[in-house]
Design a protein around this ligand. Sequence first.
Ligand code: BGC
Length: 577
Amino acid sequence: MNVSKEVQIEQKVDALLKLMTLEEKIGQMSQIRHFEESADEHITEKLIGSIIHTEGPTPGKTALDWQKRFTELQKKALATRLGIPLLFAVDAVHGQNTYEGATIFPHNIGLGATQNEELVEKIASITALESQATGFNWVFSPCIAIPFNEKWGRVYEAFSESTELTEKLTKASVKGHQGNLSDPTTVMATAKHFIGDGATDFGVEGGETSLDSKQIQNRLLAPYKIAVKENIGAVMASFNTVSGISMHAHKALITDTLKVGMNFDGIVVSDWKGYSRFGENDIINAGIDVIMAVDGDLEDFQDGLKAGVENKTVKMSRIDDAVKRILRQKFRLGLFENPFPEASLISKIGIKEHRDIARQAVRESLVLLKNEKNVLPLSKEIKKIVVVGEHANSSGLQSGGWTIHWQGTKENYKGATTILDGIKKQAKGQVVYDKDATKKYFDADIAIIVVGELPYAEFFGDIDHESNQLKLTLTETHQKYIKTYQEKGIKTVVVLVSGRPLVVTDEIAQSDAFIAAWLLGSEGDGVAEVLFGDFNFSGKLPHSWPKGIKDYQSKYGPNFWDNTKEPLFKFGYGLKY
Ligand code: BGC
C-alpha cells in the first residue's frame, strides 16, 4: 500500500464523515437490490450506499444495458447532497457467473485440485475484469471456508479441506481480484463466510459450529489472516452459530478477533437479510458495517438503527466506525474520481484469452483416481466411442450452482462448450451419444460415461435437508449407466461431475478409469484434451475421498484432520498416466 495515499484517504474520510447526518450514515450502511420496487427512489431518499445483484431480474440484456442501468443509479447517488458514489456488488464466485456470455471457471473446489496459485490469481483478475465490464466494483468472493463435512451444500464454493492450501489460494485470489484496487479492471473482493460456515456439525448450512476457540484459531482463521494481509476490502459474516451465538452477533469474533486482532480496516458485510434474522442492532454492535437490507428489510433496518442511536443502545462511535470503513474502501477504489463502469471493457467479456485460461483450469482440475491397464490416454484413432449421460451434453449440468442462476441451470448457456463437444473435436473415429444408456451401442470400443450431481446452491445442496432428496451416492439411474456398458465388456472411462467427493467405491471398482472432474464451468471441452493425451493429468484431491456412507455418521466426514477414519484416497492423491 502507498502510505502517503493512505494518509490522504484517511483525511478525506474524516472530513466527509464530519459533514454527514445520521440518516446519511445509516444510508451508507444500507445495501439493496437494483430491481426492488422503489430502488431508484431509495437511492435518493434513503441515501443508499451499495447495490447487490444476485438471483432475480438482470439489469438488462446486453452488458451495455447492465452498465447503463448501474450508471443511471450511480448518477442518482452522485446527485444526493454529499454525492457519495455507490458500490455495486455481485456473486461472481466462478467468473462473472450472473452474466450469460461471461467466462465461467471451475468452482473453487476444482481450483483447489489444481493447487496452482498463479492460475488462481489470473482467474480472479479475469473475473474482476468481466465483473467491471458488466458494471460491478465489488464481488462476494472468494469463499474461504474449510469444509469439514461433504454433506454441506457449499463444499464446492471453497478451495479445500486443507487450511494450508486454502491460505495459498486465498492469497492468490485476493491479489487477482483487487490488484491495486483503483485500477478500472479490478474489484473489491470479499472473504466469506466469517466464520465456521463449512465446519458446522453434520455439514448443515447455517447450523452450529461446535469447534472450540483453539480449533477455530488453528483451522479456520489462517486464510482470513492472509486475506487481511493482502488488504481484502470486505469480509462477509456467516449464517452459522459458534457455540450457540449467531456469527452475525458475535462481537468477540467479528470485532475483537477480526477487526482489532487482525487489524482489518475494511467492511464487514452481513449476509442475506442479516438484520432481521440475526438480532437487529445486536449485529451492528457486534461489528457489522453494511447490511444486506433486502426483501423488505430496508425500513426496519434504517428505522431500527436510528432508534438504537437515539435511545443510546448503539453508540455513535460504532456508526462512525462502520461509515469510515465504507468510505475508506470507496476512496481506495477510486470511485469518487471514476464512479462509472468503462464501456471499453465490454469487448473483453468471454474472449478467447479468458476462455483459454478457463480451459487450462479445467485440465488442471481433473483428478485421475484410477487408470487400470492404462486405458488412458485414449487413442484418437479409436474406431467407435460411445459417450453416455446427460452431464456429457449440458454446459449447465457440468457447471453446478451459481451459474446463470443462483441454483444453476440444466440447460446449455451462451459461449460454453460441453464435454461431448470436446470428445468430438479430439476423436478421429465415430462418436455416438447415448443420453440415458438405452441405445445399446455395444459395438463401441470405449464408453465414456459422465455421471454426477444436479446443480444446487446453499442449503438446497445439503444432504439430508428436508426439501431435497440428495444423497452422497450416485442415483440408481447413473449407476445403471456404468453397469450397462461395463457388463457388456466395454472399457469404461467414468467422469464424475460433482461439487464434492461422493461415495462411489463400487463404481470405481467397476470402471477401468475414473476421473473426478468437479464443476467445470463454461469450458467443458477441456476434459477431452486430457482424456486423449494432449495434456497429462496433474490435479490432486483437495479433499480426502470417502470410502462409505458410514464415514458421515459423526459430525465430520473423512477430512484429513480426523484421523479416526481411513479415506479411500487421501488428500493430495491423484494419478498420472
Ligand atoms: C449467501 C452469500 C451470498 C449472498 C448474496 C447468501 O444467501 O450465503 O454467499 O453472497 O446470499 O447473494
